[in-house]
Design a protein around this ligand. Structure first.
Ligand code: PLP
Length: 411
């Protein structure tokens, strides 16, 4: 039998759950792309995007996914033959490095493995050894979606400064923006890339490059930048058509407007808190499972874990079996162990964007059922532990029932 009919939960780390409000905002006829509502709406997105990124500088929007803005960011500031330093803490920064290689850029990689964050001592040593300042940019991911690690971007900025290096700091926030706190200007980030289908709750297809004054200087000294990726006209368009180097991603812009309205209404501090508590709820469950058998959280130190995605180590081939079971039997789709070695010894739970307490508890309950169904040894009390985290974070208040106590609803 199957128990999968009903509202399903795509708990992969992107694309994330799309709010009804975003979907409804997109369900409309094509707007005029030269004047009127869409033009005003697009102008209204820029300050809101910048505020989510924590920057007062520039935001360029591209019709592209995360890989597109990886290429866009590099194309504006690094030319073929120049060198960048890739801080690999999982599949995603490696992938960004491969993108640089494909653009003819020379990459130097420090590989921190699949279960650790960036070790600043090693970064400082490499930057200090680069006495003729060949390294033009340092590339890092804020949250690596494959391992679930969150890198300390403030420490990375300090390390670059301490080494006396003038390299640009480029950060991938595709998984973290709108989930984990990020402050582009305060943290001294020169270029940041993000996309709309994770914390920003919009269907995949639009990406962003945020850049500050040092990046502008570097861009201006480039001999040429491919027209489509050039961020200059996109941020200072003479006519609206140039915002997107052609036709605007009309429906995505409506969806994004609705998503940003939701973010503004909830406020960023509340959003970061929600993600933190939901992540702690997931960790509590996995820690309970880990008390028997071999499952465990991939990142040991809770201060280095993402609040948007959790990577769980599980004995192969149980990851594959668990994902198949939850998908086919209860309508819960978990993330694969992406780029991990061996990949089927991991699974990932996306808890980014439009997710709440009952969704996470249901997902954890579904995983618990799956472990029992496929016979993976695991500790008891996971759901109890997860529910306790939620209960503590949201203690009962008398006002919760005041509407009924007044008798106004007859009950
Ligand atoms: C999802 C993701 C990407 C890739 O984004 P695409 O839209 O799939 O190209 C890159 N980096 C990080 C950190 C991600 O989470």
């Amino acid at each position: 039998m199957t128990l999968s009919n009903g509202q399903s939960y795509l708990a992969i780390p992107g694309p994330s759950v799309i709010p009804e409000r975003v979907l409804r905002a997109m369900h409309r006829a094509s707007p005029n792309i030269y004047q009127g509502e869409l033009v005003d709406l697009t102008h209204s997105l820029i300050p809101d995007l910048k505020s989510v990124a924590g920057t007062a500088h520039h935001a360029a929007i591209y019709i592209a996914n995360g890989h597109g803005v990886w290429e866009a960011a590099l194309s504006n500031v690094v030319k073929p033959g120049e060198t960048v330093l890739v801080l690999a803490t999982g599949r995603f920064c490696e992938g960004w490095g491969e993108m640089a290689t494909a653009l003819g850029i020379h990459i130097e990689t420090i590989d921190f493995g699949n279960a650790a964050d960036v070790d600043m001592t090693q970064v400082e040593a490499v930057l200090k050894a680069d006495t003729d300042q060949r390294i033009k940019a340092v590339m890092a991911v804020h949250v690596d979606t494959s391992t679930g690690v969150r890198n300390d971007i403030v420490a990375l900025r300090n390390t670059i400064d301490t080494a006396g290096h003038k390299a640009l700091l480029m950060v991938d926030c595709i998984a973290s923006l709108g989930c984990d706190e990020f402050q582009m200007d305060a943290w001294g980030v020169d270029v940041m890339v993000a996309a709309c289908q994770k914390g920003l709750m919009t269907p995949a297809g639009v990406g962003f490059v945020f850049f500050g004054p040092r990046a502008v200087e570097v861009r201006d000294a480039m001999p040429r930048v491919s027209r489509y990726w050039d961020w200059t006209l996109r941020t200072e368009p003479e006519v609206f058509y140039q915002y997107f180097c052609g036709t605007a991603p009309t429906h995505h812009l409506y969806g994004l407007r609705a998503a940003l309205d939701m973010i503004n209404a909830e406020t960023l501090p509340a959003i970061y808190n929600r993600h933190r508590v939901l992540a702690q709820c997931v960790w509590a469950a996995v820690d309970a499972w880990a008390t028997a058998g071999t499952m465990r959280l991939n990142i040991d130190d809770p201060t280095k874990r993402s609040h948007a995605v959790t990577s769980v180590v599980i004995t192969p081939p149980n990851s594959e079996r668990l994902q198949t079971w939850t998908r086919e039997n209860i309508g819960l789709t978990l993330g694969l162990g992406l780029g991990m070695d061996p990949a089927d010894g991991y699974f990932r739970i996306g808890h980014m964007g439009h997710v709440n307490g009952q969704m996470i508890l249901a997902a954890l309950g579904g995983i618990d059922a799956g472990l029992k169904a496929i016979g993976v040894p695991h500790g008891a009390g996971a759901i109890e532990a997860a529910a306790t985290v939620i209960a503590k974070a949201a203690p009962f208040q008398e006002t919760d029932v005041s509407n009924c106590n007044t008798g106004c609803c007859g009950g």
